[in-house]
Design a binder for this molecule. Structure first.
Ligand code: HEM
Length: 289
């Protein structure tokens, strides 16, 4: 399988997420050619959004634009862009240099619309969310991770969301209430069997969906002044598993919204197709390039 190597790697120390829109006068062929010229390596994931595929006049099976959703007391925005790059690294400085080079190489066809920085929190292999809860415990591992995240040809789909937390509100809650919001005990990370059905892990339990809805999550805490929250990233062999989880979180299945919304809200969301690679370049043959 020729998947982009970074998809199956764990969470890095630091990361930078770049979202690009097409320039007003962008040519589809030149846009895809400049994306094809990127050296993917093993420290970057590149995703292509529906707006760029539509500009090209093609289609990618299962790719769509992120849906804006409304549930009881809950709003989930869509901020779809044409192109997304997730840069992984060990130092923030290195990411600045690499991201500048990428933005410069794409500049004639793409406008850099948003840059978001994230850091790993906690020393354990799986990082912590800023609430202090381990994030990624129930991720599939080994062959199961590849099966959840990748299509047979090595391509993948990714759902990306930016969530803003109110950490002061959350940390002022009694410990048992915090645990019931997540559905796990912070002290030992054990799942709480009789947690309320609004608890986050009750809402999203991957085996509770028909068919099972497994995704490979690679979320990281936001970094930077005034930024407190989570850059949520989930890879899937389609976007369906993520979307059924999100709909249930929003209360669209049974009217019960996820308790996470008590202290956090999404402010951005997008879907991307992550093509396979060949010789460090994206293999865009699926869109006949
Ligand atoms: C504020 C945003 C979020 C935070 C802080 C958060 C945090 C967590 C934590 C602490 C866990 C428990 C440990 C683990 O298994 O990883 C978890 C589980 C999980 N989360 Fe989230 N999450 C957020 C948003 C989302 C979203 C938007 C989705 C998908 C739509 C999602 C899907 C899942 C899934 C699938 C699990 C594992 C459930 C299971 O099978 O037990 N999360 N999350």
């Amino acid at each position: 399988m020729n998947a982009q190597p970074s998809i199956l790697l764990g969470v890095p120390r630091v990361a930078r997420y770049m979202s690009f829109s097409s320039q007003a006068d962008a040519s589809a062929a030149a846009s895809l050619a400049s994306v094809h010229a990127l050296n993917i390596g093993d420290q970057m994931v590149v995703g292509i959004g529906e707006p760029l595929i539509a500009l090209w006049g093609g289609t990618v099976d299962d790719l769509r634009t992120f849906p804006a959703l409304s549930g009881p007391g809950v709003q989930i925005p869509s901020t779809q862009h044409a192109l997304w790059c997730w840069l992984r690294g060990d130092s923030q400085g290195e990411l600045v240099i690499r991201s500048n080079a990428i933005a410069d190489s794409l500049r004639s066809e793409f406008q850099l619309a948003q840059v978001v920085d994230a850091v790993k929190y906690g020393e354990a292999e799986l990082g912590l969310d800023l609430t202090g809860y381990e994030d990624g415990t129930e991720n599939p591992t080994g062959d199961d991770a590849g099966a959840a995240a990748l299509v047979e040809d090595g391509s993948s789909f990714v759902a990306v969301q930016q969530w803003v937390h109110d950490l002061r509100h959350f940390s002022a809650l009694p410990q048992s209430e915090q645990d019931h919001i997540i559905g796990r005990r912070k002290s030992d990370n054990e799942e709480i069997e009789d947690a309320p059905s609004s608890a986050h892990v009750k809402r999203t339990e991957q085996e509770s969906f028909t068919p099972h809805a497994f995704v490979l999550r690679r979320s990281m805490p936001l970094a930077g002044e005034g930024a407190e929250g989570l850059l949520f990233v989930a890879f899937g062999n389609s976007l369906d598993a993520f979307e059924v989880q999100l709909r249930r979180m929003a209360g669209l299945e049974d009217g019960i919204s996820d308790a996470l919304f008590e202290f956090s809200r999404p402010i951005a969301g997008a879907y991307y197709w992550c093509p396979p690679v060949q010789d460090d370049r994206l293999d865009l043959s699926a869109v006949k390039l």
